[in-house]
Design a binder for this molecule. Structure first.
Ligand SMILES: Nc1ncnc2c1ncn2[C@@H]1O[C@H](COP(=O)(O)OP(=O)(O)OP(=O)(O)O)[C@@H](O)[C@H]1O
Length: 365
């Protein structure tokens, strides 16, 4: 079920003044896929999720599930709203919100109790949901006698048992430790792909967004700034904000010098760089170039005469296990890069010749 959001606006009135949590957000969340809302704290992710669930009332705009409008209000008019329990939406929260005084079975059965289903039907559906999250055999366990990861799976089973059209996740993994988080992320991706349900997932963790999603929507200050597949967002970001949010660090300012096929030549403090992106950039215009850390490598024999070769001095080298994080000064500019940890690295202070792969060198808007 596709979610269509059109010019959704929400302002909170607080003692300190108005807070614009959503500024005319327009967005289509595709059906049967996993979409994440990614952005820093306070950018409006949770507010958008709560508006979709019907837990928050927007000020203006429209929300539709497929062809069904579930909330709408033009400026000044009365809102039209489908109540939360009639939207066919389930939500999984950061705190799991499972009931400690109930068993696993009772927790998962809870959403079905009020529906007048037979005991046999409830038992069948709960069994199926628990099988799906691999918790068969845990039915009679008190919910508190489970690990954090297992509690999270109970919350997921409870969200699935009522066969929702849409499932919403609000930072569901943030209470788990790093290892469990990684495992649960993998399991969740597998489960959601198998289910083929429309899932919208809120996180401020970039790895989670990249690993889980079919589509990543980056938000800032109540607005959508960019969206795309994880690969598009990672390899072809358009703004410095997105690059920085994804952990990128190498930026140089420059002036467009001309074109070279699909690529653009930019005069920078590192010298002339051949870059991807914005082939329309006109000569003379000022631009910022982003260089991906892993696009920089030490030069090897045969690299002479290649584009984007620079010389610098190794400033620092930090061992982080699978590689060294290195910082290299190229005249006034500092570049961060990775050096393999299996080959003996260079010494701090040593001169290095580096190649910057043009595919990892991008002009930003
Ligand atoms: N009930 C409320 N009353 C007043 N202001 C609110 C309320 N809920 C949210 N806000 C404000 O609206 C803005 C957006 O909040 P929201 O919780 O949607 O952000 P978020 O991106 O989900 O952040 P986080 O990752 O920290 O949860 C913030 O500035 C927040 O302080």
């Amino acid at each position: 079920m596709e979610i269509r959001i059109h010019q959704l606006r929400k302002t909170f009135r607080t003692a300190e003044g108005d807070v614009a949590a959503l500024r005319d957000v327009t967005l289509t969340v595709p059906a049967h896929q996993v979409t994440t809302l990614l952005g820093p704290s306070g950018c409006g992710k949770t507010t958008l999720l709560r508006c979709i669930a019907g837990l928050e009332s927007p000020d203006a705009g429209e929300i539709a599930f497929g062809e069904q409008v579930v909330w709408s209000r033009g400026d000044g008019g009365l809102p039209k709203s489908v109540p939360p329990d009639r939207r066919g939406v389930s939500m999984v929260f950061q705190t799991y919100a499972i009931w400690p005084h109930m068993t696993v079975f009772q927790n998962v059965a809870y959403p079905l109790e009020a529906r007048g289903l037979s005991r046999a039907e409830i038992a069948r559906r709960v069994r199926e949901a628990l099988e799906f999250v691999q918790l068969s055999g845990f039915e009679r366990r008190p919910a508190t006698a489970l690990s954090g990861g297992q509690q999270q799976r109970v919350a997921l089973a409870r969200a699935l048992v009522s066969q929702p059209r849409i499932i919403l996740f609000d930072e569901p993994l943030s209470n788990l430790d790093a290892k469990l988080r990684e495992e649960t992320r993998r399991d969740l991706r597998k489960l959601l792909t198998q289910l083929g349900i429309t899932a919208l997932y809120v996180t401020h963790d970039r790895l989670e967004a990249l690993a889980l999603s079919d589509l990543v929507v980056v938000m800032k200050d109540g607005s959508v700034v960019e969206m795309g597949t994880p690969q598009e967002i990672y390899f072809r970001p358009r703004s410095r904000f997105v690059v920085e949010f994804l952990g990128g660090s190498n930026f140089v300012d420059g002036t467009v010098a001309g074109r070279d096929g699909d690529r653009v030549r930019v005069e920078t403090p590192l010298g002339l760089l051949l870059c991807e992106g914005q082939a329309s950039a006109s000569p003379g215009s000022r631009v910022t170039v982003y260089i991906r850390t892993e696009a920089i490598r030490p030069a090897a024999p045969g690299d002479e005469g290649r584009p984007n070769v620079v010389r610098g001095r190794l400033q620092s080298l930090i061992f982080v296990g699978e590689h060294y994080d290195a910082e290299v000064a190229v005249q006034e500019t500092r570049l961060t890069m990775r050096l393999g940890s299996t080959t003996p690295p260079a010494q701090e202070g040593q001169q290095l010749t580096l190649v910057i792969e043009p595919a990892g060198c991008r002009i930003l808007e």
